[in-house]
Write a protein that binds this ligand. Structure first.
Ligand code: GDP
Ligand code: IMO
Ligand code: MG
Length: 423
């Protein structure tokens, strides 16, 4: 019996999950997305080609893998079909290799309008949603009013759709929101939903457990990051799903005892896109340099990402809740020219020291306590062995390992598949 190994982000998303899943997928026959939806943007660089995946699992560029979109994912047929066409245009076979859960909930065109309505209603307190309809789609799932991928093939799909759409329109009208027209998107949505039927629409919980029983290990691909988790993230500035390892169980239909390795990914610094607390955020030249050199602009919305120092208090919190068994550090190369590198090792909350990520993160005045490291001041993007990394970077890595109690097994030194160092 094989297990499900999980790759997930330990920060606020965009840690480099797409790159690492693509790298690790060469060792797996199956890759599975288990939560989130097209709010995700997972970048993959293979030589001169680069792709951004929103809904399709990042194992798709490894010809020997099958790729599951699990029941925990929310699917917008328009975005998914556009993405599939792009991948097929690059000469990659998708049919027969993409399996979509019947139980995955659908994002309707009106979910996108509701997202915009809710954000407009919040005004200054807006979440900074990607506006892909994620929150409203999960709201319908929990309210037991949603439509699912398995409904597409049913004879009364259109009438089910219209009933839910009309219910949304009542809510939108009540909020006085008028500036929208879904007719064009709705037509594309039906066309795309029908086209999805050329892929395998399955009971994923059965298929996934059959894989494991047949000795096929699965790599589960998290979206967003641990600090955007609906329960444990910086609520309400979070996404609407469980981004933690536990989400892989409910989002695929596997028991906790079937989870194997938990690969936790983090950047050597920290970023966040959208609103919400970020204790180590930099508003100065250093933050600007991270953004410029790290190309820290959203892969889904193009928004600039907020940048700051690595926060080990927040990282430890994420490591704890995920039970991370292995750490993967990304983008240290972005700090090649830094004279000094800071890392947050504690907080002061209202003048008192705290060593855990506090519930009050949103409201209180958190002051990070930093430890400083000398920079390595050389280009590491061409380094391919751990031993050849500069001692200053090894010291930085050693400190993080001691602080978290988990080994850093992979160090990524550039966006390409090849720029990956395994210890
Ligand atoms: P994801 O959402 O976690 O998959 O991450 P994104 O794709 O949104 O953002 C990560 C960005 O960093 C992408 O542009 C990647 O191509 C890039 N990237 C990944 N790993 C590295 C690395 O080690 N160094 C550098 N410089 N860029 C990287
Ligand atoms: P990947 O998988 C970074 C953020 C949004 C917003 C909040 C809620 O690429 O790491 P939503 O659209 O879910 O209503 O947005 O969550 N967010 C992400 N930030 N990476 C992501 O995905 C994100 N998905 C959502 O910016 O603050
Ligand atoms: Mg991303």
């Amino acid at each position: 019996m094989k297990k499900v190994d999980v790759v997930l982000g330990l920060q606020w998303g965009d840690e480099g999950k797409g790159k690492i899943v693509d790298v690790l997928a060469s060792r797996y026959k199956a890759v599975a997305r288990f939560q989130g939806g097209p709010n995700a943007g997972h970048s993959i660089c293979i030589g001169d080609s680069s792709f951004v995946l929103h809904s399709v699992p990042s194992g798709i560029f490894r010809a020997d893998t099958v790729n599951f979109i699990g029941n925990g994912v929310v699917v917008d047929p328009v975005i998914l079909m556009e993405e599939i066409r792009g991948i097929e245009a690059a000469g990659v076979k998708v049919e027969g290799r993409l399996l979509i859960a019947k139980r995955a909930n659908l994002i309707l065109p009106t979910h996108r309008v509701l997202d915009a309505t809710n954000e407009a209603h919040k005004g200054k307190g807006k979440i900074g949603s990607t506006l892909k309809g994620i929150g409203p789609a999960y709201t319908d799932k929990i309210a037991r009013t949603g439509l699912r991928v398995g409904d597409i093939a049913s004879a009364d799909f259109r009438s089910k759709y219209e009933a839910l759409r009309d219910w949304h329109l009542i809510q939108i009208e009540a909020l006085g929101y008028k500036d929208f027209d879904i007719s064009e998107y709705e037509a594309k949505w039906f066309e795309a939903a029908r086209e999805l039927l050329r892929f395998d629409i399955i009971d994923n919980e059965v298929a996934v457990n059959r894989c494991l029983a047949d000795d096929v290990a699965i790599l589960a691909e998290g979206a967003q990051g641990s600090l955007l988790d609906i329960d444990f993230g910086t609520y309400p500035f979070v996404t609407s799903s469980n981004t933690l390892c536990a989400g892989a169980c409910t989002g695929l239909g596997v028991a906790p005892s079937r989870i194997g390795e938990v690969f936790g990914i983090f950047k050597a610094y920290c970023t966040r896109v959208g609103s919400g607390p970020f204790p180590t955020e930099l508003f100065d030249e250093t933050g600007e340099t991270m953004r410029r050199i790290g190309h820290e602009y959203g892969a889904t919305t193009g928004r600039s990402r907020r940048c700051g120092w690595l926060d080990l208090v927040a990282l430890n919190y994420a490591v704890m809740m995920n039970g991370a068994t292995s750490l993967i550090m990304m983008k240290a190369d972005v700090m090649n020219d830094f004279d000094t590198i800071k890392v947050c090792v504690g907080y002061e909350l209202d003048g008192k020291p705290v060593h855990h990520f506090p519930y009050e993160a949103g409201d209180a005045d958190i002051k990070p306590v930093y430890k400083e490291f000398p920079g390595w001041k050389c280009d590491i993007s061409g380094v391919r062995s751990y031993d050849a990394l500069p001692q200053q970077l090894k010291d930085y890595i050693g400190f993080i390992e001691d602080f978290t109690g988990v080994r850093i097994d992979i160090v990524s030194v550039g966006p390409d598949r090849d720029q990956t160092i395994e210890r």
